[in-house]
Design a protein around this ligand. Structure first.
Ligand code: ES4
Ligand code: ZN
Length: 319
């Protein structure tokens, strides 16, 4: 039995496996410039975040209908459940779809078709977190927030993703203020490729309750002290860091040192179809390669439920 855990850092578009990409491409008549699934997998040799994002946005072209989004989410939830995920907080990137002429209604209704049945079908409770693309303008993010307003009953929070360098969190101050006023929870990617200052800014300017990645906090001892003191959860993604070369090798990942420092770490999969593994695969990898004890793994699983946007009753039931 895999360890029960919550997944807190998961881009639904990053769960698009090559087989489903080709199936949807066929169904929708969308040409893909790859001979087949093997040739597509061959393209998964990333050198950094941007080289991954280029393929990630390209492949989204196959997602066109509500049923496509439902099939995508249902396939993820089945895989997650098989690896012990009991609760999943799922990111989606509406701007990437709106830009292709796919409406907010298609995306949210489609995802909901799968999420609404997930507890019953997969035993996985869910939340949706709408991410803003930080390499787009703040005005575009604000328009996206307005477009999502009819769906706020289904959206728990907002996040910030895509190319980090040169796009500091403060660019989105007003958008996060507006999201807060609408009762939305707040997270942001920070310190993945960007400097530790972006983590501080995400906390101080955006008021985030969790930091996605947060890996580079280790470069700033005062920031580490603050994150420990305030028990700010970090949603680490070890296999993602290796594939995007944010760390040289999994054996060099700072997770053990971060746990030793008292940081509230969680382990997640980010874009599992692209980075070689779902949540349980990430747990297995850190156990096998970093030598984390069973007790440490249980701490990570406990942290994941603690850091989730669940109320106390829901948290008890999920674990
Ligand atoms: C992402 Cl790994 C990562 N970083 C930033 N933005 C993203 N969107 C999807 N995956
Ligand atoms: Zn991410």
């Amino acid at each position: 039995m895999p360890l029960p855990k919550a997944e807190l850092h998961l881009h639904i578009e990053g769960t698009l496996e090559p087989e489903l990409a080709f199936e949807l491409a066929g169904r929708n008549g969308v040409p893909l410039p790859y001979a087949g699934t093997d040739a597509l997998r061959e393209a998964y040799r990333f050198t950094d975040l941007q080289s991954f994002l280029n393929l990630y946005y390209e492949l989204m072209a196959v997602l066109r209908t509500e049923q496509d989004f439902a099939d995508l989410a249902d396939a993820y939830l089945a895989r997650a459940a098989a690896q012990g995920v009991r609760h999943a907080e799922i990111f989606f990137d509406p701007q990437a779809h709106l830009a292709r002429g796919v409406g907010m209604d298609t995306v949210v209704e489609g995802l909901w078709r799968a999420l609404g049945r997930s507890e019953e079908k997969h035993g996985v409770s869910t939340r949706l977190i709408m991410c803003f693309l930080r390499d787009e303008t703040a005005e575009s993010a604000m328009r996206t927030l307005r477009a999502a307003q009819p769906y706020l009953g289904r959206i728990t929070g907002v996040g910030l993703d895509s190319a980090e360098t040169g796009h500091p969190p403060a660019k989105f101050r007003e958008v996060y203020e507006a999201a807060t006023a609408l009762g939305l929870r707040r997270v942001a990617h920070a310190g993945e490729e960007g400097p530790p200052e972006y983590i501080t800014e995400a906390l101080d300017v955006l008021g985030v309750e969790r930091v996605d990645h947060g890996l580079r906090c280790t470069e700033d001892p005062e920031l580490v002290e603050r994150l420990v003191r305030d028990r700010v959860p970090l949603t680490l993604c070890p296999l993602s860091n290796v594939r995007l070369r944010t760390v040289d090798a999994l054996a060099d990942h700072p997770l053990p040192a971060m746990l030793d420092a008292g940081l509230m770490c969680t382990v997640n999969s980010d874009d599992p179809a692209y980075f070689g593994g779902y949540a349980g695969d990430n747990f297995d990898a850190v156990r096998d390669t970093l030598g984390l004890s069973e007790e440490r793994l249980r701490d990570l699983a406990r942290n994941s439920f603690h850091a989730a946007f669940l109320d106390d009753d829901e948290e008890r039931r999920a674990r």
